[in-house]
Design a protein around this ligand. Structure first.
Ligand SMILES: Cc1cc2nc3c(=O)[nH]c(=O)nc-3n(C[C@H](O)[C@H](O)[C@H](O)COP(=O)(O)O)c2cc1C
Length: 321
């Protein structure tokens, strides 16, 4: 069934297929059609949050928190919404999302298109119970890097009571200069600016690029420990692989497998929980990420190519006997 739906959707430009799927999802949700119950697996307790199982939806698919009830029905334990910027912004001009079916990959240069923190906060006030929500925050494109801490702190302030955990995204390749915020000098004021407003001690995670060097990762790990960071999301898309005919962008999907494994392994010694993301297409991928040190898993491109059956396959492989 999914392969028929996918073949049809793949005839359309990627962003049109995305929009059509969202409308279909809203319709399914409205009609109450979606009854699949995920198999029972052992829950995981992290940051005082009880995750019914370890699999969630990665940031960028539901940037504006529009389909939360559907994700809960499909069976995700948690969803990372965003990236949310303080003010709404349109993102880069289209086309900005491309399929690479042979590589089971995507190239995107979306550029944080989103409705902005205030509109998304309003939507989150009606969030479904039982779905854990991570909120991924970033800076507006037209905010100077030197002003970035204020942007992250603003987005956090607006949303802080509406998410279970927060992800500081300093690793998207599609906002000019953003990845420079991964240096210790830039991270210290940025994390401190957010922590100043973090009176209810929400877990703050850092989402990192798989393109960082070992030395950069070591410096970030120490900075994270010093500033009360609660964990890592490892990781974002890569720019190590390029397709000049398609223009710039980050690559996601199967080519990320080895880069994700490397990033998780290099972060493990810092002793903070890790959400493993990048090229998870099968139970084997998931178990490899967990073996390397990830406690939770997120999917994006695998979910686009394999659809909801991927989640069921991953969950079945975790089923408690
Ligand atoms: C179209 C698209 C948009 C994305 N947007 C975001 C985003 O807004 N914020 C973010 O932190 N990551 C974003 N990502 C990165 C994913 O969350 C994930 O880290 C990456 O795609 C690797 O996982 P995957 O191989 O399962 O796709 C996006 C990825 C794609 C393909």
């Amino acid at each position: 069934m999914w392969s028929v739906i996918r073949s049809t959707l793949f005839l359309l430009p990627p962003e049109t297929a995305h929009q059509l799927t969202f409308w279909g999802g809203k319709l399914l949700d409205w009609m109450g059609i979606w009854t699949k119950q995920p198999p029972e697996v052992a829950p995981i307790e992290l940051w005082d949050i009880r995750f019914p199982h370890p699999i969630g939806l990665a940031a960028g698919l539901d940037k504006n928190a529009e389909l939360l009830r559907l994700w809960a029905h499909i069976g995700f334990a948690f969803v990372e919404i965003g990236t949310v910027t303080p003010r709404p912004q349109p993102g880069n001009p289209r086309p900005r999302l491309f399929r690479l079916p042979k590589e089971k990959a995507l190239l995107n240069r979306m550029g944080f298109n989103n409705d902005g923190a205030i509109a998304i906060a309003r939507r989150l006030e009606k969030r479904p119970p039982h779905l854990i929500i991570g909120i991924n925050i970033g800076k507006n494109r037209d905010t100077a890097l030197t002003e970035a801490p204020q942007d992250y702190a603003n987005a956090f302030q607006i949303l802080r009571d509406l998410g279970d955990f927060f992800v500081i995204n300093v690793s998207s390749p599609n906002t000019p200069g953003l990845r420079q915020l991964q240096s210790r000098e830039a991270l210290l004021p940025l994390i401190e600016a957010i922590q100043r407003h973090n009176t209810s001690q929400k877990p703050l995670l850092l989402k990192l690029s798989p393109d960082l060097s070992e030395e950069e990762i070591a410096a970030i790990g120490t900075t994270a420990q010093e500033t009360g960071i609660a964990g890592f999301v490892a990781g974002n898309t890569t720019t190590q692989i390029q397709y000049p005919a398609l223009g710039p962008g980050g690559i996601s999907g199967l080519p990320l497998r080895p880069l994700r494994q490397r990033l998780i392994s290099l972060l493990r010694p810092f002793g903070l929980p890790i959400i493993g993301v990048g090229g998870i297409f099968s139970p084997e991928d998931m178990h490899q990420a967990m073996h390397a040190g990830a406690q939770l898993i997120e999917v994006y491109t695998g979910f686009i190519y394999e659809g909801p059956p991927l989640l069921m396959r991953l969950l079945r492989s975790l089923r408690t006997p």
